[in-house]
Structures are given as structure tokens and as C-alpha cells.
Design a protein around this ligand. Structure first.
Ligand SMILES: [Zn+2]
Length: 284
């Protein structure tokens, strides 16, 4: 065997071994839809007035922060990306506090515990651009980003104002993108995972419908509501992009969940998520 042939054989073996290794590292395909719930910290010290409530009118003032991974037989969808960047954790197990935001665990290790890395994420969507939902968005720039046009336009406008940190999501600018025009998107084509347009809180706020085989249909509401009391009183926060749109979106989504007989999970609601299994366990 010539030297050249030996080198080629060794390289060939290495390539074969590498591709075998990466194929093995891919998570196994699932037979049914499942939903992972990741804990992305808390928001404490909020002023109820921001949401048009007094302290006495709310059962719980603090927020939880949550991110979700939906796993479908045809691929995966990450929904929201946390409030604190993983790079801000020091690796010593200490919690990170940034103003009213605090988190005890970074996001990607929770994803890894469930058996997934960002490169296993097929689709990425966020409820909206507020910085308590976008912290690790750049990690998912290799996925196909599902976003409403009005939201994307605002995110990449010259100097976007408000609760927004463009550095969180700068990598999405050149990501493969599925742009929606105030419309819904059936992610895997079988009606089990549907991104639904629900503008108002921001110009292109969206919610996620997931049909789970055992838990049944669930509507992940993003910030369509923050407190359950918003749902019962019809009050909207003081900082909506459009109060009129928010009210219309709430009416539309409420009609949808009634029709679909879906549960509604408010993303910041502590009581809703306290009952749910957290990754690596999942809801099915
Ligand atoms: Zn929020």
C-alpha cells in the first residue's frame, strides 16, 4: 500500500467514524408529540400598576420564566429563549440576578439533559421580542426561525425602543426564516403544532398550540396574558404595543381554545408551571 493510499484510508476511516458518531449523538426519533418545560428563572419586584392592578387584586405578583421544546416525530420546535444569557452564569452553580430578573440555571444544559443540543432544533419561534423571552435566541440561529413580519421588522429597525435587547437575537438576522404575515403556521403539517398570530402585546406577538397525546390540546400563551386575573377582568397591561390588537387577539384565541377544548398556559404564571414536570421529564 502506498503512503498516499494509507493516508486516504486513515482519513476515510476517520470521516466514517465521525459521521457515525454524530449520527449516534442525534436524539432518537419520537413516535408522538412531547413537550419539555425548561425553567428560565423568575421576575420579582414587579409593580402591579404596570398591569393595571393593585397588589390586593393579584394572588401572585411574581413571574416565573419558562422556555419550551416541542418534539414531534418530524422535528423539533424551541419556543422562547429565557431571560438571562447562559454566558452570564459563572459555572459555579450560583444564581444570576440582573435587576428584577433572576435565574438559577442556564438554559442549554437543561436542553442537553433532555438529550438535545441547539443543532437538533429544527424550528425556533418566540412569543415576542421582549428581553425576558429572547436571552439565548442566538443559540438557535441554525434553526428555521418562525416570525411574524411586523415583529421582525421592529426587531431589526434602526433603534428599537422598549423592553428589547437586540444583542440577544442579532444572529437571527441571517437565519433561515419563515416569515408570516399576521397568519398561523402549521409547523409539521399535521395540525399538532401550530404557531398562531396574536398581535398586540408587540406588533407580531404569537402563541403556540400543541396537541399532546395524553395531556390533550394546550395553548402556550406567551404574554397574551401575564396574570390569570387579566383573563378574568379583561384588563391589559399599560405597555401594550396596541391595546386594540391585544383585545382582538385575546378574543380570537379564547374562541379558538374553546373550540379546540385546549388548556391555556400563561407563560409567566407560577401556579400553572409548578404543577408540570420539568426537563428531562416531559409532558406527553
Ligand atoms: Zn414576558
Amino acid at each position: 500500500m502506498t503512503f498516499r493510499r494509507v493516508v486516504l484510508t486513515v482519513v476515510g476511516l476517520a470521516v466514517a467514524t465521525l459521521s457515525l458518531a454524530s449520527a449516534q449523538q442525534r436524539p432518537a426519533a419520537v413516535n408522538a408529540v412531547r413537550l419539555y418545560v425548561f425553567e428560565a428563572g423568575a421576575i420579582r419586584g414587579l409593580d402591579p400598576k404596570l398591569f393595571n392592578f393593585t397588589r390586593e387584586e393579584l394572588k401572585e405578583v411574581d413571574f416565573t420564566n419558562i422556555a419550551y421544546l416541542v418534539v414531534h416525530p418530524k422535528g423539533t420546535l424551541m419556543f422562547d429563549a429565557g431571560a438571562i444569557e447562559d454566558s452570564h452564569f459563572k459555572g459555579d452553580g450560583a444564581p444570576v440576578t440582573e435587576g428584577i430578573l433572576t435565574a438559577t440555571r442556564p438554559l442549554l444544559p437543561q436542553l442537553a439533559a433532555a438529550g438535545y443540543t441547539p443543532r437538533d432544533v429544527t424550528f425556533f419561534a418566540m412569543s415576542h421580542y421582549h428581553s425576558d423571552h429572547t436571552a439565548n435566541a442566538n443559540a438557535f440561529a441554525g434553526a428555521t426561525w418562525i416570525v411574524q413580519k411586523a415583529e421582525r421588522d421592529f426587531m431589526f429597525s434602526d433603534k428599537p425602543q422598549g423592553i428589547i435587547q437586540p444583542g440577544h437575537y442579532s444572529g437571527l438576522k441571517n437565519a433561515k426564516t419563515r416569515i408570516l404575515n399576521d397568519e398561523d403556521f402549521d409547523v409539521f403539517g399535521d395540525g399538532t403544532v401550530v404557531v398562531k398570530s396574536a398581535p398586540g402585546h408587540t406588533p407580531g406577538h404569537q402563541v403556540l398550540f400543541v396537541k399532546l397525546p395524553k395531556a390533550g390540546p394546550v395553548l402556550l400563551a406567551g404574554d397574551l396574558y401575564h396574570y390569570p386575573e387579566e383573563r378574568t377582568t379583561g384588563r391589559v397591561p399599560t405597555f401594550e404595543f396596541s391595546v386594540e390588537q391585544s383585545k382582538a387577539s385575546r378574543a380570537k384565541i379564547e374562541a379558538f381554545i374553546k373550540e379546540a377544548r385546549a388548556q391555556l398556559w400563561i407563560e409567566h404564571d407560577i401556579a400553572t408551571h409548578a404543577k408540570l414536570p420539568k426537563a428531562p421529564a416531559y409532558v406527553e
